[in-house]
Write a protein that binds this ligand. Sequence first.
Ligand SMILES: Nc1ncnc2c1ncn2[C@@H]1O[C@H](COP(=O)(O)OP(=O)(O)OP(=O)(O)O)[C@@H](O)[C@H]1O
Ligand SMILES: [Mg+2]
Length: 490
Amino acid sequence: MFGRRTAEADAPPPAATQAAKPKASVAAPKPVPAAPGAPAKKPASGSPPPRVHAVAKAQPSEIGGRTDEYFQTKTTIFNALIDTIDLSQLAQLDTASAAEEIRDIVNEIISIKNVQMSIAEQEALLQDICNDVLGYGPLEPLLARDDIADIMVNGANRVFIEVGGKIQLTNVRFRDNAQLMNICQRIVSQVGRRVDEASPICDARLPDGSRVNVIAPPLSIDGAALTIRKFKKDKLRIADLVRFGSISPEGAKVLEVIGACRINTLISGGTGSGKTTLLNCMTGFIEHDERVITCEDAAELQLQQPHVVRLETRPPNLEGQGEVTMRDLVKNCLRMRPERIIVGEVRGPEAFDLLQAMNTGHDGSMGTLHANSPREALQRVESMITMGGYNLPSKTIREMIVGSIDVVIQAARLRDGSRRITHITEVLGTEGDTIITQDLFVYEVTGEDENGKLVGRHRSTGIARPAFWDRAKYYGMEEALAEALDSAAE
Ligand SMILES: Nc1ncnc2c1ncn2[C@@H]1O[C@H](COP(=O)(O)OP(=O)(O)OP(=O)(O)O)[C@@H](O)[C@H]1O
Ligand SMILES: [Mg+2]
């Protein structure tokens, strides 16, 4: 059915048949600094155990047990396949028929070329080749795994994954940078975008909801850099965070009070520290009769309530038109009779609109933002407003912040890869020009066990009556709050 194809765009150049084996040793991932305020970097007593955990494994993690010989055979068969089929005709078939067609031809090539392989190897090869032609190629086995948080591709020969908070090099590799670019192109074309020299930066989303960023040459020097934040089908819940030790049961209770009593909350943290996950958990405390509007750059939140409107920003099209910013969404939200507004990530002038919303009867609104401590989070809000072109004196902006944000929750990824909630901090008021905050709950690192895992504990700072006490009382949750704070105090 398939004639010889004419266009050779997808065929790998012969020089690329032997992709360079990733070097055995990898630079250690930059350790994430311990949570600000978490005092102990060293164990409390005795000499510190060696920091084995901080060094990335010397050997790449095996994905699917592919060897160098396997990759060689695959390239030979792939080249023969490309010479045999017409990809443009293949593209007209649905995926199942196209896969069947490819399987038939590959089986034929294997027998003609008399390639010796086991049934299992042959099956793996068929699957890989189908993935290369029809899917996301070498990324497929990684995309299929739910335990991977991030996939980071730095050019064709270096693919890293993050599992359990740790970054590892894998043995996954692309035939060459052209194949990598092809797959990037395939991903972004699904959202109607193009990535090439003319527009080398692109955000996209996989059909499963995973968030994708591509930055292509010449901006990324060693081949395209592709970053995927995997969408977790089964989102972590607050009970999971307690189980992992990210927060103590008492801390979780305080979070429940904050969520249920409609306390305006900012979730602050570094990249991948678990902000969105925590925000999602916090939305679990929203009553089912509240009207909630979410605004996100890429819809990640999974609210369980029945009355939710989900909004998503839109990047400009190829002509640079049609952009809808986070600010547009938040402003529009205010006309939609929301009870709570949830902003996935506050990173620009929408900070002003969110504060206004928080200040004008949309209690219990929430958002995340990038910062390393609760104090820095408030400074960031101030600078976002200043940079948004609002000509307001900083005292006014600070008063506005104090009048809107009640609590900042700090998330952090610690140097052992674990994710913790390190602070639950109240915003109390201003003294002169300074914003006054008070920590209710903090995480203290007390040491390190023999496996390099940090040991620590969440403790209440001894504040018995937080500023939102009356609010908790109004919602009938003051006893739960008092009990949680008391039992977590020293
Ligand atoms: N407390 C936790 N324990 C273990 N894993 C977690 C925890 N919180 C989040 N994760 C996992 O870490 C990854 C990153 O989480 P998340 O997307 O919430 O981070 P983020 O701070 O929003 O990242 P970004 O800055 O990229 O938006 C996800 O795979 C998530 O499942
Ligand atoms: Mg996030």
